[in-house]
Design a protein around this ligand. Structure first.
Ligand SMILES: C[S@@+](CC[C@H](N)C(=O)[O-])C[C@H]1O[C@@H](n2cnc3c(N)ncnc32)[C@H](O)[C@@H]1O
Length: 226
């Protein structure tokens, strides 16, 4: 994961699909207990870590990202924002990028995006952020949805009836499908969100987690060191 510099004391951070917000708690500690946080999740949690973030300026939004209008969130107004997530499942990443595009179109400034991805098999054409690219590939919406399902081959364990060659072939196909989906997202971040640097990095070994891809984009007046 990228290191967040402690030089800036008033970072505006949005955690998408925050869950219990444990990740933001560690970031808050890493920033020597500074920063402002907006935690977004559609589910209610016991908010275990919210109490530790009390001293930070923070807001928890219980909302589906699909319905979020970021321009209406007062804490974010007028500040460059950093966005991150630890394991944002499937289509939620596309919904986040779409939401950020709308925010930017209305004058918001996005400093960085760092999303640890998961569950590509839950992506779908309907919410995918780069439909024009899918059309350029010559895929129909249902073929794209099928491709999304194939990504589960990248993360499934070996079944008892499967020989090694079949297992490896399936895994290779699954990984390629994941890469294609993320390629479209990166292209969107570069071309639509105008991020100056976009990348897709493996942040831990696959022995630690098979969901080990970080999608990242940053703008040049950057506060995060990589
Ligand atoms: C895999 S969990 C990760 C939770 C937390 N980040 C963690 O690492 O423990 C994904 C989280 O994203 C939230 N989520 C998924 N889709 C969402 C959506 N469309 N809108 C808001 N939250 C969503 C889920 O409720 C869930 O809490």
């Amino acid at each position: 994961m990228p290191r967040i510099s402690v030089k800036k004391t008033s970072l505006f951070i949005l955690e998408w699909g925050a869950g219990k917000a444990e990740w933001s708690w560690y970031v808050y500690k890493g920033m020597q207990e500074s920063g402002r946080f907006i935690l977004i999740d559609r589910k209610s949690f016991k908010n275990k870590f919210d109490k530790y973030l009390k001293q930070a300026e923070f807001q928890r939004l219980k909302v589906d990202i699909r319905d979020l209008i970021l321009e209406n969130v007062s804490l974010a107004q007028g500040h460059p924002i950093i966005n991150y997530s630890k394991h944002l499942c499937g289509r939620a990443t596309d919904l986040t990028l779409t939401c950020l595009k709308e925010y930017q179109a209305n004058g918001g400034f996005i400093e960085g995006i760092y999303i640890a991805l998961c569950c590509h098999q839950l992506c779908c054409f309907e919410d995918y952020v780069n439909k024009p690219l899918v059309q350029q590939w010559g895929l129909t919406s249902s073929e794209f949805d099928q491709m999304c399902k194939l990504t589960s081959w990248a993360v499934n364990g070996k079944r008892s009836h499967m020989d090694e060659a079949t297992f490896e072939k399936r895994r290779e196909i699954g990984l390629k499908c994941k890469k294609l989906i993320d390629y479209g997202r990166m292209k969107f971040m570069k071309e639509e969100l105008k991020m100056s640097h976009v990348d897709r990095v493996y942040y831990v070994a696959s022995e630690v987690s098979l969901e080990n891809v970080l999608l990242m984009g940053k703008n040049c007046n950057l506060c995060c060191n990589l």
